[in-house]
Design a protein around this ligand. Structure first.
Ligand SMILES: [Zn+2]
Length: 312
C-alpha cells in the first residue's frame, strides 16, 4: 500500500510570479487523477507539524519570523523565498505530511509514501529560510523517526538538482541519519563538494556526488547506483527518505542535468532496491523541486508508479 499526501491548501502558499508556484501541484494532481494513479493510493488525513517537532530542526526565532511575516500580510525572507498570509500554516502542513508518513510507515500500515507538498524544504536551515524553502520537511520527518521511534539508522537520498544544504547541515554531526545527495555542481547553493563527508559522530555519514553539466545520463545513473549501494551498505538504514526533486530533467527551466522522465523511474527503482535490502522496503518520498509543471507531472507519475509497485 502507498500513502499519498496532498491537500488543496498547499495551493494557498501564494508566491506570485515565481517558479515555485501553485500551478506545479495543480498539474501534478490533475495528471495523477487522469491516469487513475490517485485512486490506487490511500489518502490519509494528518495534522500540521507541531512546534515541538519543528524545533528539533529549526530555531524558535526562525519559526516566529515565518509566522510574523505571514501574519503581517506576507513578504520575502530572502531574495527568492516568499511568504504569503497562508504560508506559515501551509508550511506546517507540508512538514506534518512528511512526519505522518514516517509515523504510519513505522507503525507498519504501509511500506511506501509520497508527499506532494509545497513549499519545498531541503534548503531551509536551522536559523533561516532559503531557496524557496521555509521549513525543512524531510529533516523534521527524519527527526521524528530518530527521536520518537528511536530509529538509529535512517538514510535520506536527495536527487533534486540542487544540493540539499539544509538537510546536510542538520545531520552533519549525526551518525544516525545518513545523507546522500547527487546534484549539479558547481551550482546553487554552492555547497555539496565531494569532500563534505560529515564531522564527529557524523563522520562518513554524508556523501555528496557533484555532477558536472553535460555528464551523460547513463554515467549519472551508474554513479548514482554504485555510490548509493556502497553508502547504504555502510549506513544499513531501517528507513529510507527521498528528497524527490525533478529539476534535473532536461526541460527544467532552472535546473537541468539532461535527465529524461524514464531516468526518474530508474532512480526510484535503485532506491527501492536499497530499501528492500536493509529497511524492509520502507520508503517515504517528499517532493522538493521541479519547475516545468507538465514535465513535473510526468516525472511524479513515473515515481509514484514505482512506489506503488513496490508498496503492495
Ligand atoms: Zn532544486
Amino acid at each position: 500500500m502507498t500513502l499519498l499526501y496532498y491537500d488543496p491548501r498547499f495551493l494557498e502558499h501564494d508566491t506570485g510570479q515565481h517558479p515555485e508556484q501553485a500551478e506545479r501541484l495543480r498539474q501534478v494532481v490533475r495528471h495523477l487523477e487522469n491516469t487513475g494513479l490517485l485512486t490506487e493510493c490511500e489518502r490519509p488525513t494528518w495534522q500540521p507539524a507541531s512546534r515541538e517537532r519543528l524545533e528539533r530542526v529549526h530555531e524558535a526565532g526562525h519559526i516566529d519570523r515565518v509566522a510574523a511575516v505571514a501574519t503581517q500580510g506576507g513578504g520575502r525572507l530572502d531574495a527568492d523565498t516568499v511568504v504569503s498570509p497562508a504560508s506559515f500554516d501551509v508550511a506546517r502542513l507540508a512538514a506534518g505530511a512528511a512526519c505522518d508518513a514516517v509515523d504510519r510507515i513505522l507503525a507498519g500500515g504501509a511500506k511506501t509514501a509520497l508527499c506532494l507538498v509545497r513549499p519545498p524544504g531541503h534548503h531551509a536551515l536551522a536559523e533561516r529560510a532559503m531557496g524557496f524553502c521555509l521549513f525543512n520537511n524531510i529533516a523534521v520527518a527524519a527527526c521524528v523517526a530518530r527521536d520518537e521511534h528511536q530509529l538509529d539508522r535512517i538514510l535520506i537520498v536527495d536527487w533534486d538538482v540542487h544540493h540539499g544544504n539544509g538537510t546536510q547541515d542538520t545531520f552533519y554531526a549525526d551518525g544516525r541519519v545518513g545523507f546522500f545527495s547527487i546534484h549539479r555542481w558547481p551550482f546553487y547553493p554552492g555547497t555539496g563538494a565531494a569532500d563534505e563527508t560529515g564531522v564527529g559522530d557524523g563522520a562518513g555519514a554524508t556523501r555528496n556526488l557533484p555532477i558536472a553539466f553535460g555528464t551523460p545520463r547513463q554515467t549519472y545513473r551508474e554513479m548514482f547506483r554504485r555510490e548509493l549501494e556502497d553508502f547504504a551498505a555502510r549506513i544499513r538504514p531501517r528507513l529510507v527518505l527521498i528528497s524527490a526533486g525533478f529539476d534535473a530533467h532536461r526541460e527544467d527551466p532552472i535546473g537541468s542535468l539532461g535527465l529524461e522522465v524514464e531516468d526518474f523511474a530508474e532512480l526510484t527503482k535503485i532506491v527501492l532496491a536499497v530499501a528492500a535490502t536493509y529497511a524492509d522496503g520502507r520508503v517515504a518520498s517528499v517532493l522538493e523541486g521541479g519547475y516545468n509543471p507538465p514535465v513535473l507531472a510526468e516525472c511524479v507519475q513515473t515515481h509514484l508508479r514505482g512506489l506503488l509497485e513496490a508498496g503492495v
